[in-house]
Design a protein around this ligand. Structure first.
Ligand code: ADP
Ligand code: MG
Length: 626
């Protein structure tokens, strides 16, 4: 009700950070670097930038604010532009990979940390920024961690530059120490107690358990919105679907149950649907938000009284032996579980239902998460640091250095791709790869397309790989949509299938109704077209001409292979009479076959030709260079 009855400026003044506005600005005036700590929802992300703007910092530069998540960057920028009563992209804007919504008037710029990191390549002193707020530093995303080292140097070189590091929890002292014992400013919290209830026994199917719990709350408990934490899109969709089904069956049983507004939120959800989580439910209705860990700290929705925590989240982990990153489901840390519970106590006393046992919480969960830099592929980071002339990566000022094994492995991969030479310096190809906002193998694929005379086709493949899946598969029309998808199949290659889809869409004048007829997401395809045109711009600046191979796609396969040959495999299923070449392009780790590769037992694949791997459905053989 608060959001409905109060004006935006009244809402702003009600936030905890408002009561310390003056002191905070004073500390910033007196110090070059400040660490700001405050509960989630206290107003750090939306207010700090505005305070700095009001205090005059934007007269001589931009106030930038980095976010580890793209959804947060977009959503917060939108909110702040509303609070300032301007159009998004005018005074307040955002930039995420492949999407820059800023303009000549922009003075408050939200962006992903990856975007700012990339900007340091062109402007190592970040001259256009007067202040940088490194938000959500506790998340310790890969780019944030690298930025720490880079910004520390900028602070030393530019006296007029200010850096604010914000964190929802702990870690503050560590951040302060890293920058030389800088002041820590604490925003007083305003939170209510949260009652925590555990499962008595470990739960077998947390989607089912969460749905049950949510329905029980909805039917028997007092008003207040529900927030469910799941690990990813598939589970979120399954949960929403099951909830809708239960509500539907209640309707037909004529029971009097208030409305339930079921709202998913995850990073690949279209922005207009994402924004829905902030809307007030109609009177008498209850909201139930089903989210990934994005709702842990980056996005705050008011009015949540019940949290249902599965205790799991997806994180990216790198397997140095296999040379691949994989998104894997892991138990969250205790710190994360506590953050999740805290979401229920923002508006009043709340309840958190943990779908795991107390003993799991105490004995099986890590106290805090492992920083991304210590668990993922560093190919991009190595490339970037190399191009910043940081030759000895083992000497870089990391807050928590990555394991040497991962650094060396990432360097090895870049060498294999031809981005590094034998002494570990960037090659010409490597320098060109840095120009693209792409993972190294994709950049390599693109540049190989140039050599092989098929850059036009490869450009399309890369663009299609940079957007969420364009295939639309509604639950109630699975067979129909699968049949539609099959019509696009190019033998043995998902990549060429994507190319085929795009080219046919183009041949049909990029029409939306054509997409609908063929079970394709028009938004996804449009996004791919946008990405394509941005990559094309970069190619132009590198003076690379657009060449096409026409209908002969064998060279496109070669380009794909040059980037992903280390993922090649030959599989043989039980009962299959012939072995079949697994598409070289299967890099989607959700695919069972690639899971199979991850299960080879950690040994490099070269020595393991013909080894048995578990495929879920049967056994197969893995071979390199097939
Ligand atoms: P913090 O960064 O300290 O966690 P925020 O500045 O993100 O806090 O949030 C402050 C308030 O602004 C919260 O009450 C939140 O609900 C509200 N808010 C943030 N983003 C939006 C949005 N896109 N729409 C509506 N309200 C929002
Ligand atoms: Mg925030």
């Amino acid at each position: 009700d608060f959001a409905k009855s109060k004006t935006l400026s009244q809402q702003r003044q009600y936030l905890p950070i408002f009561s310390v506005r003056e002191e905070l600005l004073q500390v910033v005036r007196e110090n070059q670097v400040v660490v700001v700590v405050g509960e989630t929802g206290s107003g750090k992300t939306t207010q700090l930038t505005q305070y700095l703007h009001e205090d005059g910092y934007t007269i001589s530069g931009i106030v930038g604010c980095t976010q580890p998540r793209r959804v947060a960057a977009m959503s917060v920028a939108k909110r702040v532009s509303e609070e300032l009563e301007t159009e998004l992209g005018d005074e307040v804007g955002y930039a995420i990979r492949f999407e820059d919504v800023t303009g000549p008037n922009t003075v408050i710029k939200y962006m992903t940390d990856g975007v700012l990191l990339k900007e340091t390549l062109k402007d190592s002193d970040l001259e256009k920024y007067r202040v940088v707020v490194m938000d959500e530093a506790h998340e310790r995303s890969l780019s944030t961690d690298v930025l720490f080292g880079i910004l520390k140097k900028v602070v030393a070189r530019r006296r007029d530059f200010k850096l604010i590091v914000t964190s929802a929890t702990l870690n503050a002292q560590k951040f302060s120490n890293f920058f030389g014992s800088v002041p820590i400013f604490r925003i007083p919290g305003r939170t209510f107690p949260v009652k925590t209830l555990y499962s008595k026994t470990p739960c077998e199917d947390y989607v089912e358990a969460a749905v049950k719990q949510a329905m029980t709350i909805h039917i028997t408990s007092d008003p207040g919105d529900i927030l469910i934490f799941m690990t990813g899109q598939d589970e979120i969709e399954a949960t929403c679907y099951a909830l809708a089904e239960r509500m539907e069956s209640l309707k037909s049983s004529n029971k009097e149950v208030p409305k339930l507004l079921i709202l998913p939120i995850y990073s690949q959800l279209p922005a207009d649907l994402q924004a829905k989580i902030f809307q007030k439910a109609e009177d008498g209705a209850r909201k139930c938000i089903v989210a990934t860990n994005i709702a842990e700290t980056s996005l705050t929705v008011d009015g949540i009284f019940y949290v249902i925590d599965t205790g799991y989240g997806k994180i990216k982990v790198y397997n140095p032996c296999m040379g691949m990153d994989a998104l894997q489901v892991f138990p969250v840390s205790r710190a994360a579980a506590d953050q999740r519970a805290g979401r229920a106590g923002r508006t009043g006393p709340g309840t958190c239902y943990r779908l795991y046992t107390e003993s799991a919480y105490l004995n099986e969960m890590l106290p805090s998460p492992v920083p991304e830099i210590q668990r993922t592929n560093l190919g991009n980071v190595v490339l970037l640091l190399k191009s910043l002339k940081i030759d000895n990566l083992l000497d870089f000022d990391f807050m928590d250095p990555p394991p040497q094994e991962i650094i060396l492995n990432s360097m090895y991969q870049l060498w294999v791709l031809g981005a590094l030479n034998n002494v570990g310096n960037l090659t010409d190809l490597g320098w060109n790869m840095v120009e693209f906002p792409l993972d190294p193998p994709l950049a390599k694929m693109l540049l190989m397309g140039e050599q092989l005379g098929c850059i036009n086709e490869v450009l399309t493949v890369v663009s299609m790989l940079s957007v969420p899946s364009v295939f639309f598969r509604p639950k109630d029309r699975v067979e129909e949509s699968d049949a539609a998808r099959e019509k696009f199949f190019v033998p043995e290659s998902d990549h060429l299938t994507l190319l085929n889809v795009y080219q046919q869409w183009k041949a049909n004048q990029y029409r939306g109704d054509w997409c609908n007829d063929h079970f394709l997401h028009v938004k996804g395809l449009r996004k791919a077209r946008e990405v394509r045109s941005q990559l094309l711009d970069i190619l132009k600046t590198l003076k690379i001409a657009l060449t096409s191979c026409g209908p002969d796609w064998d060279v496109v396969r070669k380009a794909i292979c040059s980037a992903y040959f280390h993922n090649a495999a030959r599989l043989k299923g039980v009962g299959e009479l012939y072995s079949r070449l697994c598409s070289l392009s299967r890099v989607n780790l959700d695919d069972k076959r690639v899971h199979a590769m991850c299960n080879v037992g950690g040994a490099p694949m070269a020595g393991r030709a013909g080894s048995h791997v578990f495929l879920g459905k049967g056994f197969g053989y893995v071979n390199v260079g097939a």
